[in-house]
Ligand binder design. Structure first.
Ligand code: PA5
Length: 427
């Protein structure tokens, strides 16, 4: 079970801790669907729904991809790829024998980046999972047109149809229309789930399962985790995190939250988290700015700023209770590098001590420290983190008074871009 430790921020709270009454009210608003954006809170019941409706078909599609392709090209942007990329980097950083390589395309318009992807693809057998709820997002739509062209040139138009899976709206949109017309296999991005909350649907699960992650274990752990966090008390880790960060923002002027992790494989989970919190809370002129760092590496690049720059930071550290593997420091005859004082100690133990040292230093520098501790870096730990951050985000958003489920600001650039590109019908 995931835990939150607020001890590193206690000097910022009074004896009762942060405002749990406000967290309780926000949780009620969310659960009873009485708040702004309630039509987009379907993610709360999503793991159960997926288990009942699509999970078997997702796993079957993933197994088919695994059995005949060396590469799966996942085309999508924002909420349509960050969760899957985060999961794969976290749980499957290196493909095992028989795992297809997962290539993520459609998240940029850079021709140079496309050319690197094409080089990586080479002559390998591949298929495409195109993911777009709206079906009209320019970056993935363009990439899909190009990769689909390659697929058809390689396998012929008919066989190519069996190598495209579209994950999109159940009824509407250009992509849905194309999928129906061409007979591609489809999966649904549910109406009541926004992109950034969709990782536990086919959006995230199909690429994850194709990469060799146990999607059924993720879903079972997510169901259990949401059930555990339905608890309405200050023991609820989602209340603790949401209430603490809102308190630090409003009462202590901590307007930037850095999400830190000591596992380099967490990098894209942090990207997923940044979208979740940035897009949910940054509106109406308010919102904590979500940033991320990768420790220990960034202690040597960002450490100075964190310790000693403007005191507007709070730090949330994600860790896992146990490593999956461990090493002991070897003894060296003559101690040439003067490290024999560590000989025989486990690397995980040294890492733990280093983490404690960083925590104490940052607290003494005025940076409140929130800790989020998941079990292992496996399917269960991943599901715990996703469900925890999603629930806490909904609660925190309602506590701050915004609609955490819309993203009107994202439309501004699209409008300008389509106008400048002279898209028909756009003024
Ligand atoms: O959270 C969101 O809504 C966005 O990140 C979208 O997922 C992203 O813009 C991609 O949109 P679509 O899936 O419609 O292509």
């Amino acid at each position: 079970m995931l835990k939150v430790d607020l001890s590193g921020a206690k000097s910022f709270f009074d004896a009762a801790g942060p405002d749990y009454a406000a967290a309780a009210a926000a949780h009620r608003t969310l659960a009873e669907k009485t708040g702004a954006g309630a039509d987009f809170t379907g993610w709360l019941g999503l793991p159960q729904r997926v288990k009942e409706e699509e999970l078997k078909q997702i796993i079957a599609a993933a197994n088919r991809i695994r059995s005949r392709s060396e590469v799966l090209v996942v085309v999508g942007i924002g909420g349509s790829y960050l969760g899957a990329k985060g999961a794969i980097e976290l749980l499957r950083p290196k493909p095992k024998a028989g795992d297809p390589q997962i290539i993520f395309a459609g998240n940029s318009l850079s021709p140079d980046s496309l050319s690197v992807l094409l080089e990586e693809l080479g002559e390998k057998d591949f298929e495409i999972n195109v993911i777009s709820k709206s079906g009209t997002t320019l970056e993935p739509a363009l990439a899909f047109r190009m990769f689909r062209g390659l697929l058809e040139a390689k396998y012929g138009p008919e066989k190519a149809k069996k190598r495209i899976v579209a994950t999109t709206d159940a009824r509407r949109g250009v992509l849905k229309g194309m999928a129906d017309e061409e007979g591609w296999e489809t999966f649904v991005v549910p109406d009541d789930v926004g992109g950034r909350y969709s990782v536990l649907s086919a959006v995230g699960l199909l690429p994850m399962a194709a990469a060799g992650i146990d999607a059924a274990a993720v879903i079972d752990a997510a169901i259990a985790s949401f059930a555990a966090m339905d608890q309405r008390s200050p023991e609820n880790p989602a209340w603790q995190y949401a209430a603490a960060r809102q308190h630090l923002y409003r009462q202590a002027g901590k307007s930037i939250e850095i999400l830190a992790c000591y596992e380099p494989t967490f990098r894209y989970m942090a990207e997923w988290w940044k979208q979740l919190y940035g897009e949910s809370e940054g509106k109406n002129g308010i919102g904590i700015y979500p940033a991320s760092v990768e420790y220990n590496a960034d202690l040597h690049s960002m450490g100075q700023y964190v310790q000693d720059g403007p005191r507007t930071l709070m730090e949330t550290v994600v860790s896992f209770r146990e490593p999956l593997t461990d090493f002991s420091v070897p003894f060296a005859m003559g101690d040439p590098d003067q490290l024999n004082y560590l000989a025989g100690r486990k690397l995980s133990d040294i890492a733990r001590v280093a983490q404690e040292a960083v925590k104490a230093a940052h607290i003494s520098g005025g940076v409140p420290n929130l800790e989020v501790i998941a079990d292992k870096r496996d399917e269960v730990g991943f599901a715990e983190l996703v469900t925890f951050f999603e629930l806490a985000c909904g609660i925190s958003g309602y506590m701050s008074g915004v609609n955490p489920f819309d993203q009107p600001g994202v439309e501004a650039y699209k409008k300008n871009m389509f106008r400048l590109l002279e898209k028909p019908g756009v003024e």
